[in-house]
Design a protein around this ligand. Structure first.
Ligand code: GLY
Length: 554
């Protein structure tokens, strides 16, 4: 080989990135918010395992990151124990018993905003039940120790950062429509400023009851009574019987393989795990990675895999307890090979050639994900959410917490887009007690049977693609975990037929993509991945620099 050519090959095959993760050996916590990260770290340092820390962080974020952290929403926890067992806790919201298929359609049959804002938008919250279930079955610390840091944070108050105070003010138009939200988060119009103390006495009282009485308070006790009363006084759907009937569902994770790595990911009602496995399957035999990270070639192949998966998602995915899902068919190697063969190596496939539907262009970027590893080999990954930022914008009267607008994750009108612009089908139509389809996808990658990468992200429909991209950044492009998280992102969801791409992509790459037929939409930021890589006895935590997220380890 000529020396010049050899040099070139080395240059393109060696990673040249330099961002450094936080390193530790005994424990690592990566969350959206520094005070919550500290809470998790303290639980680990004082002998708790990863699940204990995940529960404590969940409660802490409900105080410190109220736009997405919550006790009025729901989510998923993916756990891998040191002995190799894995499990998935589904504590997502369920449709109240009073829900019905056309409940969000107006007289002309068009979707209204009722699934997005206001009392009617909320599903039955699952977070408190999920945390108690996780702590009882997989944790070891006393319950009170896990809730108490959140009680302290709510009662003593938080000094607000610039982004925290502006986030509340930016939501004023919709938060301000509800007197209790206006009082709690907007100080009746006298908006909180950076550096001011934000004290939440109502939330502190609610959390103190949960600390003392457990989830029973939230589902059958004083909190349940006050929440059901507030709902009935404002035309909401959640009744005392819905709260009393709430159950966490423990499910087997979805598993698959990619280039010899084992993937342990989220099963339905997450649509994410099926998507990750199908898209990895499509990519594996294309040789797409030869283009190099950031190249138009890589973005092209990944986008075409995304486009095809999101068409399947719209058509087929829903709550597995209510509808039969063709998972085997969607992950069948022969079907995946067919999808791969349908990709034109040079040109974008128009989404209309895959499926057709008219959509509007809406997006939101909320939810929150955190990843925790302890020194014993346990991993706990949580993605939980109110759905949109500050959920339904309704604060439960006297209780201090926001309620979710997760009902918008159902297809209010199958074939029409939801607030993420996502088109969804019959399988995700509304039914009483059903769970809305989710994109949240906490995921673990194993190398030689041992945990190698644990990750997840918020971001509505973009979650699935953010997780896919960080995963291949590590496996296919050899990036360290911090670089893999930092690397610019992109998203395609079949409809609308546009490639959303972060500004970090070079104008040259964009021009090449436009030449291939992509309609590009530039965005500042996509998702917020919290990842931990486990290599050579080290826990390497990567917080996403797109937000105020932090990683801390010891
Ligand atoms: N609420 C966002 C999701 O579950 O996908």
């Amino acid at each position: 080989m000529r020396p010049a050519l050899a040099l070139l090959l080395i240059a393109v095959s060696l990673p040249v990135w330099a961002a450094q993760p936080v390193r530790g050996r005994k424990g690592m916590v990566v969350t959206r918010e520094p005070r919550a990260t500290e809470v998790g770290l303290k639980i680990l340092e004082s002998g708790g395992n990863a699940v204990d820390a995940a529960v404590a962080v969940g409660f802490a974020l409900a105080v410190t990151h109220p736009s997405a952290g919550n006790i009025g929403g729901g989510g998923f926890m993916l756990i891998r124990l040191a002995d190799g067992r894995t499990t998935f806790l589904d504590f997502r919201e369920r449709a109240p018993a009073a829900s019905s298929r056309n409940m969000y359609l107006d007289a002309s049959g068009n979707p209204t905003q009722d699934s997005v804002v206001g009392y009617r938008a909320s599903g039955v919250p699952g977070s408190v039940a999920g945390f108690e279930y996780a702590a009882r079955k997989y944790g070891r610390k006393p319950w009170a120790e896990l809730v108490d840091p959140a009680v302290e944070l709510a009662s003593k108050g938080l000094t607000l950062s610039w982004s925290e105070s502006s986030s509340m003010e930016n939501a004023a138009r919709t938060l301000g429509r509800f007197a209790e939200s206006k009082r709690v988060f907007l100080r009746d119009g006298n908006y909180y400023q950076p550096g001011e103390l934000f004290v939440q006495p109502d939330l502190a009282r609610t959390l103190a009851r949960i600390e003392k009485l457990g989830a029973k308070d939230f589902y059958q006790g004083e909190t349940a009574r006050l929440l059901a009363k507030d709902m009935s006084e404002h035309g909401g759907l959640i009744a005392a019987a819905d709260l009393a009937a709430y159950k966490v569902i423990e499910r087997a994770p979805l598993t698959g393989k990619y280039r010899g790595y084992d993937i342990v990911t989220s099963p339905p009602p997450s649509s994410g795990g099926v998507g990750i496995l199908q898209m990895l399957g499509v990519l594996e035999a294309t040789g797409y990675e030869k283009g190099g990270a950031g190249s138009a070639e890589v973005v092209h192949y990944m986008t075409e895999a995304m486009r095809r998966y999101f068409a399947d998602r719209a058509q087929h995915l829903g709550d597995p307890d209510f509808v039969k899902l063709p998972l085997r068919a969607l992950l069948d190697p022969a079907y995946i090979a067919k999808l791969r063969a349908s990709i034109d190596p040079e040109q974008a496939t128009p989404s209309s050639a895959i499926h057709a539907a008219a959509v509007v262009d809406v997006e939101a970027n909320e939810t929150t994900h955190y990843t925790i590893a302890d020194g014993e080999g346990n991993l706990a990954l949580v993605t939980y959410t109110l759905n949109g930022g500050y959920g339904s914008k309704v604060t439960a009267t006297g209780l201090g917490f926001l309620l979710n607008n997760e009902m918008d994750d159902f297809a209010a009108k199958p074939g029409s887009p939801n607030m993420f612009g996502l088109v969804q089908g019959e399988n995700n139509a509304i039914q009483a007690r059903k769970t809305p389809l989710s994109s949240m996808v906490p995921t673990i990658v194993l190398k030689d049977g041992k945990p190698y990468l644990a990750l997840g992200s918020p971001g509505g429909a973009t979650i699935i693609n953010t997780v896919l991209e960080v995963l291949v950044n590590a496996i296919d492009f050899g990036m360290n975990v911090q670089d893999a998280v930092n690397w610019p992102r992109f998203h395609h969801q079949w409809l609308p037929d546009q490639l959303q791409i972060e500004n970090g992509y070079s104008p040259d790459t964009i021009a090449l993509l436009e030449r291939r037929g992509y309609k590009i939409r530039r965005v500042n930021s996509q998702g917020e991945c919290a990842a931990i890589m486990l290599e050579n006895g080290w826990l390497e935590g990567a917080a996403d620099p797109r937000t105020e997220a932090t990683a801390a380890g010891y």
